[in-house]
Design a protein around this ligand. Structure first.
Ligand code: AHR
Length: 498
């Protein structure tokens, strides 16, 4: 049996975890909004038309922040179309996804849904086809109490209290040639800076996310971040990162090793942030908002009727191996908790999402589970552990670790949680850890997500094909911690002070 070791010191703390690392994303895209969170007439819909079954699953995931309304969608969006009396809202052709947007749901409804879901909005402004003026109006509409044109407009729409939205994305993927209003790094950096400056003049406590690269392999990656931050350092609090993975090559070992690339991506962006801070002689550290990440490929090439209303788009059906990579991605994000303060799984419902709905039900995809475990049990602080793991060679590296792992301590509840993925496709692994500093902690749970078939999926008819079970093998014998991680498995080992 392979053996891996975690070297741990309870006083070596990497960082408190910002709960917003368990964020998500809802875009006006496909059936995310319509039929996902909103479906008047559905048996579980409330008086505002929000689906109760979706809300229950969102609450279960305990998502602290949800990015909205896009995505590529935001780069052509007029936010004014989505407010005011519904029967006067225009139907618009939506060019990012080639559909018709009815505007039945807009920002007020979204904020209302957020309250019901127990989450906060992370609002994106259109810096593609629009600019500072519209962002300024949107902020005033959302956050000013009353006595100005935009705040009074909101009040006239039935929302007397301001929404007080704190977290703002200045555009989306502006480095991408596919993006409406795509810009050079200099053009975008200047625009982001001027827009952010206006918004922070209104309220210096607002937090701004500027656009980083759409993915690690963009030809402009690196130089884009440097230039954007050089232009916008004064107003930027976070820079965004986006990354999606696929197993089109059907090479599962390489697919599961993608966390290595994720790790490199994060470290590279951290270096650039620190470089710009140095050049600027700045006090402020720029942190990271990994506001789109997931597996995305199963649905690519799916056909739909152009300019139709909320067609089935990007409806990836996730399999078991996708859940393993999602687990590894969560571990990697947490291992950078000192700089990754916000992260949004893309997306939340129906569109590349952990939750799927039909007219007759809502169910949990395979990737729901690692997210659920991390979001509900990965709270507290990340310990600065060293993971010593045997490695394997794959398509893009000679040394992918078999084990991805992170240790989280929740001092208040006196728990220690080890998240671990064994990527070996055929062998179990012994995990060893010197836990003498936690000798009085005992294993209370060892949850395992595993399946013989890497391609197994959950569907509406068979929603429980891939589900976690308790009873993994692990023990802490006066500080001599040992666990067995089954081949290709996601593990959550919880220890509690006795
Ligand atoms: O999440 C789907 C799309 O992926 C988003 O709209 C865009 O920002 C990214 O390219």
């Amino acid at each position: 049996m392979k053996q891996a070791r975690i070297a741990i010191d309870r006083y070596a703390v990497l960082s408190e975890i910002d709960p917003r690392v368990y964020g998500s994303f809802i875009e006006h895209l496909g059936r995310a909004v319509y039929e996902g969170i909103y479906q008047p007439g559905h048996p579980t819909a409330d008086e505002e038309g929000f689906r109760g079954d979706t809300l229950e699953l969102v609450k279960e995931l305990n998502v602290p922040v949800v990015r909205y309304p896009g995505g590529n969608f935001v780069s052509g969006y007029r936010w004014e179309d989505g407010v005011g009396p519904r029967d006067q809202r225009p139907r618009r052709l939506e060019y990012a996804w080639k559909v018709t947007e009815t505007n039945e749901v807009g920002l007020n409804e979204f904020v209302s849904w957020c309250k019901k879901a127990g989450t906060e909005p992370m609002m994106a402004v259109n810096l593609g086809t629009r600019g500072m003026e519209e962002a300024k109006d949107l902020l005033e509409y959302c956050n000013h109490p009353s006595g100005s044109a935009m705040s009074d407009l909101r009040r006239s729409h039935g929302y007397a209290e301001p929404h007080n939205i704190k977290l703002w994305c200045l555009g989306n993927e502006m480095d991408g040639p596919w993006q409406m209003g795509h810009k050079t790094a200099y053009e975008y950096g200047r625009l982001a800076n001027e827009t952010g400056r206006i918004m922070k003049t209104y309220d210096k406590n607002l937090e701004m996310v500027v656009c980083g690269s759409s993915t690690f392999t963009m030809p402009t990656f690196g130089e884009w971040e440097r230039e954007v931050l050089m232009q916008s350092y004064d107003i930027a609090d976070y820079i965004s990162l986006h990354m999606y993975w696929n197993n089109r090559a059907n090479d599962t070992s390489s697919f599961l090793a993608e966390s290595v690339n994720l790790d490199k991506f994060i470290s590279s962006v951290v270096s650039i942030c620190d470089y710009v801070q140095t050049i600027k002689r700045g006090k402020k550290k720029i942190n990271l908002s990994f506001d789109e990440w997931n597996v995305w490929y199963h649905s690519k090439g799916a056909q739909f009727e152009p300019w139709s209303e909320h067609p089935h788009q990007l409806e990836d059906v996730y399999n078991f191996e996708d859940a393993l990579l999602v687990g590894s991605a969560l571990i990697t994000l947490l291992r950078h908790a000192d700089r990754v303060k916000i992260a949004c799984m893309a997306q939340l419902v129906n569109v590349i999402a952990p939750i799927m709905t039909s007219d007759t039900g809502a169910w949990r995809q395979t990737i729901f589970y690692p997210f659920l475990h991390a979001s509900t049990m990965g709270r507290g602080k990340v310990l600065n552990t060293t993971v010593l793991s045997p490695t394997y060679a794959c398509r893009f590296t000679d040394s992918a670790p078999y084990l991805d792992s992170v240790v989280v301590e929740d001092e208040e509840n006196e728990t220690l949680t080890i998240f671990a993925v064994n990527k070996s496709l055929d062998e179990p692994m012994e995990l060893v850890c010197d836990l003498r500093q936690y000798a009085d902690y005992a294993v209370t749970r060892h949850i395992v997500l595993e399946h013989d078939d890497m391609k197994a999926v959950n569907t509406e008819e068979n929603p429980n094909t891939v589900i976690p079970h308790e009873g993994g093998e692990s023990q802490n014998d006066a500080g001599d911690f040992r666990a067995v991680l089954n081949p290709h498995s996601w593990n959550v080992i919880r220890l509690k002070k006795q």
